[in-house]
Design a protein around this ligand. Sequence first.
Ligand SMILES: [Zn+2]
Length: 199
Amino acid sequence: MPDELIAIPARSGKAAFVTRGQTVKVINTHGEQVVDTWAFSRADLTEFMSMEHSRAGIQRLIPAVGDAMLTNRRRPILTLLEDTSGGIHDTLMAACDVYRYQRLGCDGYHDNCTDNLAQAMRNIGLAPPETPSPLNLFMNIPWTADGMLSFEPPVSTPGSYVLLRAEMDLAIAFSACPQDVLPINGIGRTPTEAHFALA
Ligand SMILES: [Zn+2]
């Protein structure tokens, strides 16, 4: 039976409840969309997937197939089971927010991943205790030997995906990043929708 696809609308967020042992397939529908991803323990939202704790656990900057991402209490929360996207993701950059776009020169309100997380969680009756650093799926932040970082277009292709397994009951939240100043959503700087499916 085909997975039921749930849309993460362009420039917006979407959250869902996931039971331990379920899988979440996150699909880069159009190929160049960064998807900020958060996971919170259902039992206690103050326990959540943490990039800094995960990097210490996996000893990599980017999770590889088989790696388990950890919570801020160092418990496995999501394991990467499959990755057809080219394996380039980001664990370093904070979610974008209104201040980020102000610094990039935007006047007035700009959609952002921080507000998208809050709205997505509100839509399933939850309030995130903070905005943890997200697992930025498909986001291409290469580093140089002397430690320089840059914001580059994704290497993923249309329909490519990552498959994650929930290691506890959790709430997962996504934001189709609305970044249209930097080229992280492709050189066209046009944010698009993405999709996910639970199984
Ligand atoms: Zn963003």
